[in-house]
Ligand binder design. Structure first.
Ligand code: ADP
Length: 219
């Protein structure tokens, strides 16, 4: 099963993707994580993507597609994938179609903008592991430090207020239209879910929605 997770920054895609991949044994393909790793490792793609990403703009399609193709090529054969943060515009959606990866379900997480801004502005991350905290909603045991390694937590550069505004605009202009695109292309396989609940509550709703999609697709 290949699942595509859509939603604005702060909607909880990464959290839900992690829970779902554990539950359904899927390969987690997060282009945001792949780009951050490329930037940390100072690869040529990472260097090219860094400034656009810090501003809150999209990284170039060729870079993202290159990273995705590399990752798909190294996936175990027959594995299902959870696409998190990709595709992010129509050009990427068309390129994905050309890769021949069939999409079984598309889930859009919907969250009110003030909640998104609150979640993002309080988000702190442990860069090496990608573990995510929130200063108020999910604080670490020791303020400003990762629970497992005790290393310092940081705020992502693109979680600064200016970049957040840009990311929300980019989402509305370029990514949001993908829901309509997939509704047309994959009728009955697209759901919108309220992402405003607790991570576990959203996870349960997500599983139920996937169950419904699978049963109507089989019927
Ligand atoms: P969020 O969804 O919360 O913005 P991500 O970690 O998915 O967080 O993405 C962070 C940034 O990485 C984006 O703002 C963008 O600059 C870049 N990025 C991630 N995925 C893509 C993509 N498919 N195409 C272009 N840029 C991307």
């Amino acid at each position: 099963m290949n699942i595509l997770l859509l939603g604005p920054p702060g909607a909880g895609k990464g959290t839900q993707a992690t829970l779902l991949c554990q539950r359904l044994q899927l390969q987690h393909l997060s282009t945001g994580d792949m780009l951050r790793q490329a930037i940390r490792e100072k690869t040529p793609w990472g260097r090219q993507a860094a400034s656009a990403m810090e501003r809150g703009d999209l990284a170039g399609d060729e870079i993202v597609l290159g990273l995705v193709q590399e990752r798909l090529a190294s996936s175990p054969s027959g594995a299902g994938h959870l696409l998190d943060g990709f595709p992010r515009n129509l050009a990427q959606a068309k390129a994905l179609q050309d890769c021949g990866l069939s999409i079984d379900a598309v889930v859009e997480l919907v969250v009110a903008e003030d909640v998104l801004v609150d979640r993002i502005s309080g988000r702190r991350v442990h860069p090496k592991s990608g573990r995510v905290y929130h200063v108020r909603l999910q604080p670490p045991a020791r303020e400003g430090h990762d629970d497992l390694t005790c290393e310092p937590l940081v705020q992502r550069p693109d979680d600064q207020p200016r970049a957040v505004r840009e990311r929300l605009q980019v989402y509305a202009a370029q990514t949001r239209p993908l829901t309509a695109h997939y509704r047309q292309r994959l009728p009955g396989r697209v759901v919108q879910l309220d992402g405003g609940g607790t991570p576990l509550a959203v996870h349960e709703q997500l599983l139920a929605a996937l169950g419904r999609i699978a049963s109507t697709a089989d019927a």
